[in-house]
Design a protein around this ligand. Structure first.
Ligand code: Q46
Ligand code: ZN
Ligand code: ZN
Length: 308
């Protein structure tokens, strides 16, 4: 297989784009494809200060790499969840994130949940939702910390490494249940609705997971291969498998599923129903919440104190 641009040995064949590229031309294509998505969905500009949510995995480190190569002002943010103790998943992924930042002279904010708030995610899950997966709680804690760090640091937007496979899997889940509220909010850009809630952007939404993985490998990025142990058996992974089957029978199916959804939204489908939700300031942390007194994050810790 030959590179379409130079005739050299291709490292990847993106059949849905009918495009095979060598390592150098793939990196060039990947970076400019990301920049085109940033512009097309008006994610941010060169004056914006960005915060990348870094997990130590391929997508978030590849995103940080691309954004810094594109010349954006971009720092990283790692949340230490305390999963699997001192030498488990969290410790290993934090080490990858820190090594990446250090080698490139980039700034990484690290917030360790246990050190900051008193319990790790598994401990908190054990106390509040015995026997249930910690993911819902983990997502809530991560979102809260990201918003706090972005607000305190004056960042304009939080960028996450969600790729097309992630977005298509979530879209499929939401569509199968016609969850119109979630569908209305699923987008490459979520504008800020409150000064304490930064804009959320996903520059990799049009890139297949195998393309972000290829980019990380070609660029020599040292990332954590393992998934979080709690991701095993998740519904998202199940839907990703279904979509891979679909893609193998129908080339480009994932991309057209997602892009047609965005097109349908532009044409008015799933427009946000009713009025915007009224937001109050949480009486404990100040972050906006639809609840009258405490936000969901603070209720979690207050409940834990009550139980402890
Ligand atoms: S980190 Fe947290 Fe994920 Fe692990 S506990 Fe679940 S939500 S699976 S992105
Ligand atoms: Zn080439
Ligand atoms: Zn709060």
């Amino acid at each position: 297989m030959k590179c379409r641009k130079c005739g050299g040995v291709a490292v990847i064949n993106m059949r849905h784009h009918r495009l095979a590229l060598c390592a150098d031309h793939f990196v060039e294509w990947f970076i400019s494809y990301t920049q085109r998505a940033i512009e097309r969905y008006r994610m941010f500009g060169s004056d914006d200060q960005l915060l990348v949510a870094v997990s130590g995995g391929k997508d978030s480190l590849a995103l940080w790499d691309v954004l810094s190569r594109l010349g954006y002002r971009v720092d990283g943010m790692y949340v230490g969840l305390g999963i699997d103790g001192d030498d488990g998943y969290s410790a290993a992924s934090q080490a990858k994130a820190e090594a990446f930042a250090e080698a490139r002279g980039l700034t990484l904010h690290v917030v360790d949940v246990k050190q900051t708030y008193g319990e790790s995610i598994p401990e908190l899950a054990q106390m509040t939702r015995r026997g249930r997966k910690p993911c819902a709680l983990c997502g809530l804690v991560k979102r809260h910390i990201m918003n706090r760090v972005a607000y305190e640091g004056g960042y304009d937007a939080i960028a996450t490494g969600h790729n097309l496979d992630d977005e298509a899997a979530v879209l499929m889940q939401n569509t199968l249940r016609w969850q119109t509220g979630y569908l209305a909010r699923q987008a490459p850009v979520l504008p800020s609705t409150h000064p304490r809630l930064a804009r959320k952007v996903k520059p990799f939404v049009r890139l297949y997971e195998r393309e972000t993985a290829a980019y990380a490998i070609v660029r020599g990025i040292d990332y954590i291969y393992d998934e979080c142990p709690h991701a095993v058996g998740s519904t998202t992974i199940f839907y990703k498998g279904l979509l891979n089957q679909l893609e193998s029978r129908s080339l480009g199916a994932k991309l057209s599923f997602y892009l047609s959804f965005l097109q349908a939204k532009r044409e008015g489908l799933f427009s946000e129903p009713g009025e915007a939700l009224e937001l109050n300031d949480c009486q404990r942390c100040g972050q906006p919440t639809t609840a009258p007194e405490l936000c969901a994050f603070c209720r979690l810790w207050v409940r834990r104190i009550d139980k402890g």
